[in-house]
Design a protein around this ligand. Structure first.
Ligand code: GLY
Ligand code: MN
Ligand code: MN
Length: 428
């Protein structure tokens, strides 16, 4: 499938050249590096998993259309850092027309730029490559006196790639489906094992054990937030003890073959919802169902957002938490004290995936094979305005939904979200 994508990008590039580097290795501390994760655009086009690589798409070049610069085989280095495909493997296994050592970039890129109108490149993403691209361009320009033309523009390659990446292809949907299943089973396991007296990090360990067992990494730092920690949207300390009577919000998703999933469930640590917890949960669940119902082709992102917001506002008013009228609350957005994010995001190779959210008219229209999260929430941080019975209730319910021609497909449905199902599972 990467070959089809490259063909499509080559057609868009036309008389330009595409230069797509993978991500640089990142230092964590001292001589310790973070585990390598490829750049998503690069991976989308190559499936090449190694660091220190640059894909060049140069339609009709004498080297071929697709040239991969990568690390050469080096038995001595491979003993330390692991196996490499080498330039031979880049051609044989990754279907490059031609491959060269990464050390040859300075030699080849100025030549490859000659007689091309523009450079397509992820402008501003990696400072070291920004500098190199300008250096290669200047080297190509110096050949101007020899009558050789060089590119006049640098265009962000995201303009081509990101709309493509937004609409998922069949091979991507298969992987996404597996990632979603693995995440769902991990969340089920968390519901089964969480007990008062455990710590948040022990639940995190259980979730991430399930991910690793299936060869996955967390797609983003797992949020395991008990009690009022759930009102901190990006709580990742995961250091507190689980208390009897509190809720536990877990936002965690597995990444499989670089594809993310992203699930949130909120459940009672002792297995039974209290009255106030149940009341708030039912509002969030209804909001999520209504939003999923609206996630259909032709509807806009804002229709999905609005469907949820309306239920949340009705709920906040009927629980007595918001004192405004519905119109006032929607107009002045007073509900944002308790619901401060939007309904969801595109998801794919990046958990917050690429693709614009707006078109010329307004929020973008949904199309089949867009994959998005739907994740309303209510976060009732303790405050003077709020009756103490609500204090510290933070609830989000998040599923990953594939837009289809007809019904939205919930790929993460294999983890309970109905109150009765959660209580049933936790009593087993
Ligand atoms: N887990 C990140 C998000 O829900 O957007
Ligand atoms: Mn999430
Ligand atoms: Mn999300």
């Amino acid at each position: 499938m990467t070959a089809n994508r490259r063909t499509q990008v080559l057609a868009s590039i036309g008389d330009g050249i595409g230069i797509i580097p993978t991500a640089p290795l990142q230092r964590r501390n001292s001589d310790v590096l973070y585990p390598f994760r490829p750049d998503s655009d690069f991976y989308y086009l190559t499936h090449f998993p190694e660091p220190e690589a640059v894909a060049v798409l140069a339609p009709g070049s004498k080297f071929g259309d697709y040239i991969l610069f990568c690390r050469e085989r080096d038995p001595r280095m491979e003993i330390w850092d692991g196996r490499r495909a080498g330039v031979e493997g880049a051609v044989e296994h990754y279907k490059a027309d031609c491959a060269y050592a990464i050390s040859k970039l300075d030699e080849y890129l100025p030549q490859l730029m000659e007689e091309r109108e523009r450079i397509y490149y992820p402008v501003g993403r990696y400072a070291e490559y920004d500098e190199m691209v300008v250096k290669w361009l200047n080297a190509a320009r110096r050949r101007g006196r020899a009558g050789i033309r060089s590119p006049g523009e640098i265009v962000d390659i995201g303009q081509i790639l990101h709309e493509m990446r937004l609409i998922k292809q069949r091979d991507e949907i298969e992987i996404i489906n597996q990632a979603a299943e693995i995440s769902a089973s991990a969340h089920r396991q968390a519901m089964l094992t969480s007990k008062p007296g455990m710590t948040e990090y022990q639940v995190q360990a259980e979730i991430e054990r399930c991910f690793r067992q299936h060869g996955c990494e967390p797609a983003y730092p797992s949020i395991v937030a008990s009690g009022e920690n759930a009102c901190v949207l990006h709580y990742i300390e995961n250091s507190d003890e689980l208390r009897d009577g509190d809720l536990l919000l877990i936002d965690a998703g597995a990444e499989l073959d670089c594809y993310a999933s992203d699930i949130t469930r909120t459940f009672p640590i002792n297995g039974l919802f209290s009255g106030p917890q149940r009341a708030v949960y039912e509002v969030v669940l209804e909001a999520q169902k209504r939003a999923i119902e609206a996630a259909r082709p032709g509807n806009r992102y804002s229709d999905v957002n609005d469907a949820a917001t309306e239920v949340l506002v009705d709920g906040l008013i009927s629980l007595g938490i918001l004192k405004d009228s519905k119109d006032e609350a929607l107009e002045k957005k007073t509900y944002q004290t308790y619901y401060m994010h939007k309904i969801g995001h595109w998801i794919g190779l990046d958990v917050h995936d690429v693709g614009t959210y707006r078109d010329d008219v307004g929020w973008r229209k949904l199309e089949p094979n867009i994959y998005m999260t739907i994740e309303p929430g209510l976060y009732l941080s303790p405050s003077e305005e709020l009756d103490s019975k609500w204090h510290g209730i933070g609830i989000r319910i998040e599923d990953d939904v594939l837009i289809t021609e007809t019904e939205p497909l919930i790929l993460t449905s294999n983890v309970p979200k109905e109150i009765s199902e959660i209580e049933q599972l936790m009593s087993d």
